[in-house]
Design a protein around this ligand. Structure first.
Ligand code: 16G
Ligand code: ZN
Length: 546
């Protein structure tokens, strides 16, 4: 390691003194102007991680659904997963080391992690469409180069596309070809195969309006459109030509405000969906004939997908196990529907894709989705091999056809990460195959009214939780207060957790409402439940809903 060169180059990417950042749920995220040194240092760290794992490592420059002024970076581990927790700590140490200490911290990490510095390193880099992303990704490259790592810059790609590239490169192309063309070919082939026999060709089923959050998803969907145009016609909105990234549009806005995105013409009963800024989340929505907005979030997506998979397994006659993984944010109705009607086991993990992903790996078929629309399906190696074998061996035509369908579903999912484009194609295929309208899908169950809000507190770490964030441990008394409160309302549930991405505490509440759907939840959340919980958190009772 040439420490002099590192010191010299690091001086070109100086750390603002006193700035402390943490590698959070999805990497580093903050105002873009504070990130140059972090990018350079993540370039260095990626090289060490690559040497240690003897694999290609990914670096994605994005701040997902955050405002345009923010940016962020995350490292992608060999099989396309999130960075291992011990390396998150290394990342935090390296990013926070003062200028003069940085080379020593880098050395310490390589000793602690037993990195063979003689090993070659290869890094792939991607970025979203933020105005600051290009320069910041150049700083990553500077870091990679000074440690003599090799790299390939994919330029503008969605986050899941970069995860896909990493996965492909580390499995010698078995997962797919590590190019954008390879990604489009793989997904479109599976989609066209899946949908080719569908009887229904009506436009209502085949057309979809997509709100691209003014982000990278628009560019990539435009590139992909013609590969799937025979099976699906997409109309893009918020494609970045006018509006601001994630501003009043995109999956996060739609989900958290429970209203339609701006910049999208929606006629009643038209099928619409929204991506987030880096296209790893998707939610569906539509306006009914009375102009009411209906949101179909990650929970309903998981329900649609798992019921389809379960039917296919029944048809094939194989007893592969399916598990659905959710977080505390999953609507109570979805959990009840999955467990009681569909009879599939449901598990709850902490918020953040890495936790869900990890749990989903325990099943033959692990379906995971956060309510916010981030999710995918994982097939164990054994299950995948079995299914591929069945497509060849089965003689019964119906069973064989079902196995082939499942094989295409495997290829259509991005198993490295939740992927708005891939999930969209899976959903469209299922709706067409099942001959379902968006309204019929929505009607599977009725969401319990719910509200979320965030509270700024001096120190969000005063709140600690257990039981997949559903129970508060500290401060003492808070959980009891929540219990007392939710007892009063039917089917009600509430929890409080410190955010992993912002300096805030998040509060969630849901409850059945027998009186009037909206009025009642506002009363529960607005006048009673949430202010009460928040009151305990901030040490004062105050009204939060105007
Ligand atoms: C990040 C996570 C997302 C999670 C969100 C929660 C990834 C790729 N993204 O965006 O899954 O829902 O954080 O944020 O893991 P919070 O901790 O601020 O509520
Ligand atoms: Zn995202």
């Amino acid at each position: 390691m040439d420490l002099d060169a590192i010191t010299e180059y690091s001086a070109l990417h100086p750390k603002p003194s006193g700035l402390i950042l943490q590698y959070g749920t999805a990497g580093f995220r903050t105002k873009a102007e504070h990130l140059d040194h972090v990018m350079f240092r993540m370039g260095l760290l990626a090289v060490l991680r690559s040497k240690q794992t003897k694999s290609t490592i990914g670096v994605m420059v994005t701040a997902s659904h955050n405002p345009e002024e923010d940016n962020g970076v995350k490292l992608v581990d060999p099989l396309g997963e999130m960075l291992a927790p011990s390396w998150e700590e290394h990342a935090t140490c390296l990013a926070n080391a003062e200028e003069q200490d940085m080379p020593r911290v880098l050395m310490d990490i390589s000793v602690k992690a037993a990195v063979n510095l003689q090993q070659d390193a290869f890094i792939v880099i991607g970025r979203d469409t933020r105005p600051t992303s290009e320069k910041l990704s150049q700083s990553v490259i500077d870091g990679v180069t000074v440690l003599e790592g090799q790299f390939h810059d994919y330029g503008l790609v969605t986050t899941p596309q970069l995860h896909y590239m990493v996965y492909c490169r580390n499995t010698s192309g078995q997962y797919g070809e590590a190019t954008l063309e390879g990604y489009y070919q793989k997904l479109s082939k599976a989609f066209m195969e899946l949908t080719k026999q569908t009887l229904c060709s009506e436009d209502e089923y085949r057309s979809l309006k997509v709100d691209c959050a003014n982000g990278i998803g628009a560019l990539k969907l435009k590139e992909m459109e013609h590969y799937v145009s025979q099976g699906l016609s997409v109309q893009l909105f918020n494609d970045g030509t006018k509006g601001k990234l994630n501003h009043l549009c995109g999956a996060d806005f739609v989900k958290s405000h429970q209203k339609p995105p701006q910049g999208m013409e929606m006629k009643s009963n038209e099928k619409c969906c929204s991506f987030d800024g880096d296209a790893d989340r998707i939610v569906y929505h539509y306006l009914d004939v009375d102009g009411h907005f209906h949101l179909i979030d990650g929970d309903k997506i998981a329900t649609l997908i798992s019921s389809f998979l379960k039917e296919l397994l029944l048809e094939i006659g194989e007893s592969l196990n399916i598990g659905v993984v959710q977080t505390a944010y999953a609507n109570g109705s979805s959990t009840r529907y999955l467990e009681e009607v569909m009879k599939v086991p449901v598990y709850c993990t902490k918020t953040g894709v890495k936790h869900l992903h990890h749990k989903a790996q325990e099943f033959d078929i692990g379906v995971y989705f956060e309510a916010n629309g981030h999710g995918t399906v994982l097939f164990s190696k054994a299950a995948e091999t079995k299914i591929r074998q069945l497509t060849k061996e089965l003689e019964d035509e119906k069973r064989k056809a079902a196995a082939k369908m499942l094989e295409n579903v495997i290829d259509l999912f991005n198993q490295a990460a939740g992927d708005a484009i891939s999930d969209m194609l899976v959903i469209e295929a299922i709706l067409t195959l099942k001959d379902l309208t968006i309204q019929q899908w929505d009607a599977l169950y009725m969401d319990l009214p719910n509200r979320q809000l965030k509270v700024k507190v001096a120190d969000r770490q005063v709140i600690s939780t257990t039981d997949a964030e559903r129970q508060v441990v500290t401060p003492p008394g808070l959980q009891e207060a929540i219990n007392d409160l939710v007892k009063k309302y039917k089917l009600s549930r509430a929890f409080v957790r410190p955010s992993g991405t912002e300096d805030v505490v998040r509060v969630y509440a849901e409850a059945d409402s027998q009186v009037s759907w909206d009025g009642s939840i506002e009363r529960i959340c607005g006048e009673s439940l949430i202010p009460w919980v928040v009151g305990v958190v901030v040490g004062e009772k105050r009204k939060l809903f105007q």
